[in-house]
Write a protein that binds this ligand. Structure first.
Ligand code: ATP
Ligand code: MG
Length: 270
């Protein structure tokens, strides 16, 4: 069964294709021999410990960081400015943005600057596009509110609207649900599934919350310098993989495939 899935996947063109990628900072390898592919219409989750190389991997995918070894293809080409225009990127949360004295509409208009140019005042048409994008994420009613007063979950929806402004084929999200309560998180994943199903937008998303992401992603990559697992979510919880990725003191408990709190610190430290 799994083989036939792989065969079909191999016939499709990969949106992202990393082939034996190695990255070092200051002479120390932080990514070693990474083979990673993702395909159109998939939500791919990347999990791993702090410092495991997740953000570095995203930077490599978008061509913001060139690996010391290996090859990277984004939409079948070397990643560059053109490829990046087709990616909607949400960096790891920046608290600076929370205090920006800008409205929700302004945040989305910032995403349109690629199209309208930085030095043009947005016209009515641009504002209409921005409002439509806000409607897409259920935030049109908040357009005139200051961005900083929104809840974390609402801010993430607005950030997604901004990322959608460039009409991306692929959303790249670095820990988008950090600090968001579990109800808002569920809504957020539903939004991503809607974008995938209705607009064919693919998603690569980093998350610390293994439990939640495995019940929403189509593919999971477990990364700790090396890629210890890349495949369907159900099989990524073996003790062997969790030990390689998170170390001995983390025990993964799976109650069922929809479980929201699937891991805890193991007290025994054996
Ligand atoms: N610009 C840099 N210069 C030097 N070292 C770096 C740089 N960026 C990242 N690193 C190091 O590379 C390793 C991987 O960092 P990275 O940010 O990719 O991890 P991460 O998995 O995203 O972690 P987190 O879960 O904390 O966000 C870490 O050891 C980090 O200290
Ligand atoms: Mg990171």
């Amino acid at each position: 069964m799994r083989n036939s899935v792989i065969d079909i996947a191999d016939q499709k063109e990969a949106l992202v294709d990393l082939n034996d990628v190695w990255v070092a900072y200051d002479g120390k390898w932080v990514l070693k021999s990474i083979y990673f592919k993702c395909y159109a219409g998939e939500i791919s989750g990347i999990v791993g410990p702090n410092g495991g190389g997740k953000t570095t991997l995203l930077n490599v995918i978008m061509g913001l960081l060139r690996p010391q070894k290996g090859t990277v293809l984004l939409f079948g080409r070397k990643p560059g400015k053109r490829g990046r225009l087709e990616v909607g990127y949400l960096p790891q949360i920046s608290h600076a943005q929370e205090s920006f004295p800008v409205t929700v509409l302004d945040v989305v208009l910032m995403g349109l600057y690629n199209r309208i140019g930085f030095f043009h005042r947005p016209d009515r048409n641009n504002k209409e596009v921005a409002i439509n994008l806000l409607a897409e994420v259920n935030m049109a009613d908040h357009a005139e509110r200051p961005f900083g007063v929104l809840s974390g979950g609402q801010q993430q929806r607005v950030n997604i609207a901004r990322a959608l402004a460039s009409e991306p084929k692929l959303l790249v999200l670095d820990e988008p649900s950090t600090g968001i309560d579990s109800v808002a998180q569920e809504d957020f994943y539903e939004l991503l599934a809607k974008l995938r199903d209705e607009q064919g937008i693919s998603v690569i998303m980093v998350s610390h919350d293994i439990g939640v992401i495995t019940s929403h992603a189509d593919q999971i990559a477990c990364l700790n310098v090396q890629l210890h697992y890349h495949g369907e979510p159900d099989s990524c919880f073996s003790p062997e993989i969790s030990e390689k990725v998170f170390g001995k003191d983390l025990k993964v408990i799976v109650h069922d495939s929809k479980c929201a709190t699937c891991y805890h610190r193991h007290q025994d430290h054996d």
